[in-house]
Design a protein around this ligand. Structure first.
Ligand code: ZN
Length: 455
């Protein structure tokens, strides 16, 4: 057949078995060599019945084979074919993830792969990342917690949850993956990964090659190449801690400090935020399984901004540690005004030049009147660096003024009373009267005198 001809519009020839044109004699074999015909005929006559018998017997044999053997082939196919996969149940996932978590914490990569093997590039890479980023960290306890994704059998939201060193909480989230878990034979195998890009490097997964340094009530995490920064911070913890006594804080539990190598890493860890690009040092509620925040905040530091800070580093650290430990003062108040949070932290930090505050008060406190700053929801939003700096000084002077005139015992009652007010002039006046037994006007006048006398 030359079906190729049809492309040129020629009807295909039916076959090539017909005699070739112009050479008709070539296919007339029966007329050639007539002398051998007689011998062939006698031999064929004796062979043909036997041949027929063999053909019939063969046909019967083949038929019998189909009838008896074919059903057997269908009876036992599982042993030879690959095992059929099915979605893993939550219980099957729990057992496999539990074994994988144990191996991860022990840093045993072989046991980790055996506990939860992966099939396919995405799942293998995803599980490999969890091991690489989380296994070097000093876990006191660690589990991989799989929650069934509704409506998708075998798909689990897997979170690495545990406690780091002696820091809280016990249910800190270290990393998260959305994995497809299937049963292949008797094993749970990760066959797919659909983790959203924003989640891939979230939490503790933002460190490239993590190291942990602990000391002075701090557990500092950093990339290996920033280990000297982590060590410097842990050292600075010694003098930073003693400064907290100013506001009556006695650190009772370790604080986790993350030193990020870049703003990109910092944002990745926070899952995209913060929007504030000026952020260098900050405190935030560590991500945990339970919705209620842990009583002590985590501290975050943009690593490169530590370089060359010298003597200011312990002061910066004491500022963030104050946030970490005093956040719980506001756990049950109606508001947690940035003004009060920053006032406590900046007072502990110390070492700032008071000149801008003295000038502001001397010129009538017009730029950011104390009452407005106190009631501001967020001191940073829409404010220049100069305005933020001024507000921090105003707030710090409020804390120092209360300490100076009423003593440490009245500081926390004052702060929480204001935070619990409606932050109007009337509300703040009432809070000041209740906590310090003076009117707002008297407080404000005394504060201005105090501010003008600052060095
Ligand atoms: Zn602060």
């Amino acid at each position: 057949m030359e079906l190729g001809y049809t492309r040129a519009g020629v009807r295909p020839t039916a076959g090539c078995s017909g005699p070739a044109r112009g050479r008709p004699g070539r296919f007339r074999a029966p007329t050639a060599e007539p002398r051998t015909i007689g011998l062939m005929d006698s031999a064929q006559r004796t062979v043909r019945p036997w041949l027929m018998l063999f053909v019939v017997a063969g046909a019967i044999f083949v038929l019998a084979g189909f009838v008896f053997l074919l059903p057997l082939a269908f009876d036992e196919p599982q042993a030879a074919l690959p095992p059929v996969a099915r979605a893993a149940t939550p219980e099957e996932a729990r057992v496999a993830l539990g074994r994988a978590a144990k191996a991860l914490r022990a840093g045993d990569r072989v046991a980790y792969r055996a506990a939860l093997p992966a099939s396919g590039v995405a799942a293998r890479r995803s599980l490999g990342e969890l091991f690489r980023h989380l296994s070097p960290l000093p876990w006191t306890r660690l589990t991989l917690l799989g929650t069934q994704v509704p409506g998708v059998p075998g798909r689990f939201d897997v979170r690495a949850v545990g406690q780091l060193g002696r820091t809280g909480p016990r249910d800190r989230i270290g990393g998260e993956r959305i994995l497809d878990l299937q049963m292949l034979a008797s094993r749970v195998v990760a066959t797919g990964d659909s983790t959203p890009p924003a989640v891939r490097r979230q939490y503790l997964m933002s460190f490239h090659d993590p190291v942990a340094v602990s000391g002075n009530g701090l557990l500092v995490l950093a990339d290996r190449r920033s280990k000297d920064r982590a060590e410097a911070l842990a050292d600075a913890g010694a003098s930073a801690r003693t400064r907290l006594a100013l506001v009556g804080v006695e650190p009772d539990a370790s604080v986790l400090v993350s030193v990020f190598s870049s703003l990109e890493d910092l944002k990745a860890s926070l899952g995209g935020g913060p929007d504030e690009d000026r952020i260098r040092y900050f405190s935030h509620a560590g991500p945990r399984l339970r919705p209620r925040p842990w009583r002590i905040l985590d501290i975050g530091v943009l690593g490169p901004s530590l370089d060359g800070t010298g003597a200011w580093m312990p002061l910066m650290l004491s500022h963030e540690m104050t946030h970490a430990y005093t956040k719980q003062w506001f756990a049950k108040t109606v508001h947690a005004p940035t003004f009060l949070l920053e006032g406590l932290a900046t007072a502990v930090e110390g070492g700032r030049d008071w000149t801008p505050l003295r000038e502001e008060v001397a010129t009538g406190n017009q730029l950011w009147p104390l009452l407005d700053a106190m009631a501001a929801g967020n001191l940073w939003m829409g404010s220049s660096n100069e305005q933020v700096r001024l507000a921090y000084l105003e707030a710090s002077a409020v804390v120092l003024y209360v300490l100076d005139r009423w003593g440490l015992a009245k500081l926390r009652p004052f702060v929480t009373a204001v935070a619990d007010s409606d932050l109007t002039e009337g509300g703040i006046d009432k809070a000041v009267r209740e906590s310090l037994a003076v009117s707002w006007d008297e407080f404000y006048a005394g504060w201005k005198d105090y501010a003008l006398a600052l060095p």
